[in-house]
Design a protein around this ligand. Structure first.
Ligand code: KIV
Length: 297
């Protein structure tokens, strides 16, 4: 393929699609999903070969500094989702519907989900909830919008749940979760996040569903796994859920780098000639001569 300068550029990688994810479950190939909120990190997630990027409303906690995801708005989500879309080529992109963007009516849900597709380049949306969002999922999918569901710990309900707690721990609650998941599949959801549920409950749900389950704190038997990028990289210290594995401690490296910058500026060892610009000696001499003359009025 020839680029605009006559050089040869690599062909764009084949984009991951919803049918690809369903086929991966059928073929027993595990799905990887990671959150991202800006173009720079999304590019790195893409380069790592991750299948799905979720622009999660965890944005509110790990980027915007809120204590929960509840204050996040559609405008926040669309701005960040569009940046993620500009930074990526291969992963399927999922925009997380924030609290208040889909609960009041199916019309609201449709209008806001359409914003993710039209303004932010997302391929699909995610909604939190069980039986209570089945009609919303049906409306969205009937109108051509791919929907990922999310049951178990649904952080938008953190006040009602009394905190970020493990869900479906009793037989009765686990049965309700599995029934909800089946109803969401029936309504057209193409995949479902299981968050903070006992591993055996996730196993039973995964066995009963044709659509892939993506676990976060739901054990190894889910069809795929998702984590929050800032937890994975050690960029979010405020709260560390048991399920969040830290694969790197970038936060500590960032803090070291910033302390070194602070020290070098204060002691005058930055910038050196390497990071400074020069001018011709003749121009400098002319400038100095000019400055020595009184300014004409
Ligand atoms: O907002 C988010 O990041 C999420 C994941 C935890 C699944 O919903």
């Amino acid at each position: 393929m020839s680029d605009q300068y006559g050089g040869v550029s690599a062909p764009a990688p084949k984009k991951v699609t919803v049918p690809d994810l369903i086929a991966m479950k059928r073929e027993g190939r595990r799905i990887t999903m990671m959150t991202a909120y800006d173009a720079a990190f999304a590019r790195l997630v893409d380069q790592a070969g991750i299948d799905v990027i979720l622009v999660g409303d965890s944005l509110g906690m790990v980027v915007l500094g809120y204590p929960t995801t509840v204050p996040v708005t559609m405008d926040d989500m669309v701005r960040h989702a569009a940046a993620v879309s500009r930074g990526t080529q291969r992963p399927l992109l999922v925009g997380d519907m924030p609290f208040g963007s889909y609960q009041a009516s199916a019309e609201d849900a449709l209008r806001n989900a359409a914003r993710f597709l039209k303004e932010a380049g997302m391929d699909a949306v995610k909604v939190e909830g069980g039986a209570e969002v089945v009609d919303t999922v049906r409306t969205l999918t009937a109108n051509g919008i791919a929907v990922m569901a999310h049951v178990g710990l649904t952080p938008q309900r953190v006040a009602q749940l009394g905190g970020f707690k493990v869900q479906a721990k009793t037989a009765r609650a686990a049965r309700r979760l599995i029934d909800d998941a089946l109803a969401l599949e029936d309504a057209g959801a193409f995949s479902i996040v299981l968050e903070s549920v006992p591993a055996p409950v996730a196993t039973l749900a995964t066995e009963r569903l044709d659509i892939p389950t993506i676990g976060i704190g739901a054990g190894v038997d889910c069809d795929g796994q998702v984590l929050v990028l800032h937890d994975v990289l050690g960029l979010f210290g405020e709260f560390k859920p048991k399920f969040a594995k830290r694969y790197a401690d970038i936060g500590a490296q960032v803090a070291d780098a910033l302390r070194e910058f602070d020290r070098e500026v204060r002691d005058g060892s930055f910038p050196t000639a390497e990071h400074s610009f020069t001018m011709k000696d003749s121009e400098l001499a002319s400038l100095q001569r000019g400055l020595a003359q009184p300014k004409a009025v």
